[in-house]
Design a protein around this ligand. Structure first.
Ligand code: ATP
Length: 384
């Protein structure tokens, strides 16, 4: 059967100190790459567990709001100003408040202007401020402007934001309750995954599990005053890289923490800073009588709310990282994969012999490859 043959290995010893030096130099490089880089530096002897982190937050503090128009001062605490998110918080540093009751009033939105064309006020249609009654009424200023009358919360928010900045919010304290689990690495009892928390000690410690808002913002190069009126949207990464062979006690998040903005402030953005609205159900009193505004009356009382638009920093925390622990399987996988690189040494030396040795290349080829025709088992080519 012409074409069939069997190929097997034959060892060839080439007595050349140059090729020998090249071969052992490459072997040396490969072994140091595996031993020093893959095993030692990259911790190839350790099992890596992707940390699963959680954070709980509690914010405390007192602030004062001075009304720019009246000079009236009101003391607020964190419970009035903080909105919690699953892994973050928003705290208001400036407020715009509108005391409202259900009733009828001129719409405050530009789209509700009816000076030119009263027919845009269609009874029963929804507009930006409420549901239109169909009337086109005096907007109530000296300009003589007219607006569609709406039914809803009155009066509407003014078109331009009139914010009042709160004092002392930068000194609010943020308590961070962090816990991290390392799946696949058992705890001492062996009944669950290894856990780490920052709740050691008897009371919160500044710079460990307690921070001021000033501290957090300063880590991103900001001051509360810079962002108080516009707000800011940012995040803070709490990162772990724990060598658990040294014990869970040596584990700690990478510090210093650093907040960073999640939006690009360079580009011309549709939404700048950060603000949110909420309704304060606190005993807020009643809105003053206003021209053109009629409030619904239920018995002696009105249906009242304080609409709050708050500006300030929003910070979300992401807790993640890795835990590493010695593991025989991880070590043998790294070493096994690394040793496979040793084949590179023979490959390179053979390539140098065959293609980089000028006239001697042919001779090297004859040494490396030997062909024999075996008559007794059926030669595939005739011996000449
Ligand atoms: N933002 C914060 N600033 C200062 N201390 C805080 C803050 N948040 C929590 N703490 C304190 O940390 C400890 C643990 O808080 P945790 O919420 O678990 O307990 P607590 O007794 O319900 O707290 P508290 O009733 O004081 O809000 C408590 O001593 C608490 O007072």
């Amino acid at each position: 059967m012409v074409g069939l043959s069997y190929t097997t290995q034959k060892s060839v010893v080439i007595r050349s100190w140059r090729l020998g030096a090249l071969y052992y130099a490459i072997v040396g490089v490969v072994l140091s790459y595996v031993g020093w880089y893959l095993v030692y530096l990259k911790h190839g002897y350790q099992l890596r567990s992707q940390a699963v982190g959680n954070i709980g937050l509690k914010i405390k503090g007192q602030a004062v709001l001075r009304d720019a128009a009246t000079g009236l001062e009101t003391v607020y605490d964190a419970n009035d100003l903080v909105i919690y998110e699953p892994s973050g918080f928003f705290v208001a540093t400036a407020l715009m408040t509108t005391l409202q009751a259900r009733g009828r009033c001129p719409g405050m939105d530009d789209d509700e202007a009816c000076t030119e064309d009263a027919s845009i006020c269609r009874a029963g249609a929804f507009s930006a401020s409420g549901r239109m009654t169909g009337a086109c009424v005096d907007a109530g200023g000296s300009s003589g402007e007219k607006r569609c009358e709406i039914e809803g919360w009155c009066p509407g928010e003014p078109e331009d934001d009139r914010v009042n900045v709160l004092e002392n919010v930068g000194n609010f304290t943020v308590f961070t309750r962090i816990s991290v689990e390392f799946p696949g690495i058992p705890n001492k009892k062996g009944d669950g995954n290894l856990l780490w928390t920052n709740l050691n000690g008897t009371e919160p410690t500044m710079g460990w599990n307690l921070w001021t808002l000033n501290d957090l913002l300063a880590s991103g190069g900001m001051r509360v005053e810079d962002i108080a009126k516009k707000g800011w949207d940012g995040r803070l990464d709490v990162q772990f890289d724990c060598d658990l062979d040294r014990g869970i006690e040596s584990c700690a998040p990478k510090t210093p923490y650093k907040v960073r903005q999640v939006t690009d402030s360079e580009i011309n953005t549709l939404s700048k800073g950060y603000n949110i609205r909420w309704v304060s159900a606190h005993n807020v009193g009643e809105p003053a009588p206003m021209q053109g505004v009629t409030y619904n009356q239920t018995g002696n009382s009105k249906d009242v709310r304080l609409l709050v638009k708050g500006y300030g920093p929003r910070i979300r925390f992401a807790v993640d990282g890795v835990g590493r622990k010695f593991d025989v399987l991880a070590l043998s996988t790294t070493v096994g994969a690394g040793v496979a690189f040793l084949g590179i040494a023979s490959l390179v030396v053979n390539a140098v012999m065959m293609y980089g040795s000028g006239k001697k290349s042919k001779q090297y080829e004859n040494w490396l490859f030997a062909e024999f025709n075996d008559d007794s088992y059926g030669a595939t080519e005739n011996n000449s």
